[in-house]
Design a binder for this molecule. Structure first.
Ligand SMILES: NC(=O)c1ccc[n+]([C@@H]2O[C@H](COP(=O)([O-])OP(=O)(O)OC[C@H]3O[C@@H](n4cnc5c(N)ncnc54)[C@H](OP(=O)(O)O)[C@@H]3O)[C@@H](O)[C@H]2O)c1
Length: 247
């Protein structure tokens, strides 16, 4: 724990995700002078956790779990330059994305909304004092293009789409408050493209080979976009190419 000479840090929430763990690997190579704070449900599963500079913390993503984790960030308060919130579900053993209206079920919908919308919203709420300061800080929350209301031409995936559209609204709303209370922070809703992870596995069949990205490619894109992005007090909804998506 960096108590004597606290270093700057990058915070990855959802460090067990395909995308989050790729970001950690990239950051270790690109910014060895910064600590990496890796948050996930099972830090014992992280291969990076034993390495120097990677501080792994367990969190169950409950409200109390998030509050407890925020207290553990104290050594890095005001020194966090990048946050990536990479948690999210599309399917589980019991949840499948809906193809038609008859597939909607209350428990499944609430679970998708809880994980994809409410959990990141609680992080944005709890993180404000930890990221506020004079140092610029960019906060990427993994959204998806299917969360764009104006871009919805295909339908389907009701819960996932709704959870990401609601997440986008949370980000947009939080950015207005952050601009006032933490003007050093930029909030981004990020669409990574279709990425070869457990989340997309069952849905990769019709994706052209050159449109199925590796987690490492997306991690590189996110970090490059982050380094070029002005802290302008507004939320951005960006894809992996750095192009704006209509909300
Ligand atoms: N892969 C794609 O094609 C794609 C496309 C568009 C958007 N995205 C978004 O990118 C983000 C990361 O996705 P990924 O592809 O890297 O997925 P992934 O490898 O399946 O990772 C899933 C993440 O969600 C968390 N998670 C899974 N089940 C959970 C549960 N029951 N309760 C709480 N958290 C849970 C995991 O937490 P732990 O870290 O604690 O294990 C992990 O961080 C998601 O928000 C996803 O919607 C992905």
């Amino acid at each position: 724990m960096p108590t004597d000479h606290p270093r700057h840090a990058n915070l990855i929430i959802g460090a067990g995700s395909g995308i989050g763990s790729a970001v950690i690997r990239r950051l270790r190579a690109a910014q060895p002078d910064r600590d990496i704070v890796a948050v996930c449900r099972r830090p014992e599963d992280l291969t990076e956790a034993a390495d120097d500079g990677v501080h792994a913390f367990a969190c169950d993503y409950s409200e109390t779990g998030i509050a407890r984790l925020i207290t553990q960030l104290a050594p890095w308060q005001g020194r966090i330059n990048l946050v990536v919130i990479s948690t999210g579900i599309l399917h589980t053993a019991s949840i499948k994305p809906e193809k038609r209206a008859e597939d909607l079920h209350m428990d499944s919908m609430l679970e998708v909304l809880r994980i994809n919308t409410v959990v990141p919203a609680l992080w944005l709420s709890a993180l404000l004092p930890a990221v506020r300061g004079s140092d610029p800080c960019r906060v990427f929350t993994l959204s998806a293009r299917v969360g764009s209301i104006s871009d919805n031409h295909k339908g389907g995936w009701y819960s996932y789409r709704a959870s990401k559209a609601a997440l986008n609204m949370i980000i947009k709303t939080a950015a207005i408050e952050y601009a006032r209370r933490a003007p050093n922070v930029k909030l981004i809703a990020f669409h990574p493209g279709t990425v070869d992870t457990g989340l997309s596995k069952p849905f990769q069949r019709n994706v052209p080979e050159d449109k199925l990205f590796s987690p490492d490619f997306v991690a590189e894109r996110l970090l490059t976009i982050s380094s070029d992005l002005p802290v302008d007090g507004d939320a951005s909804y960006l894809d992996y190419a750095g192009k704006s998506i209509t909300w």
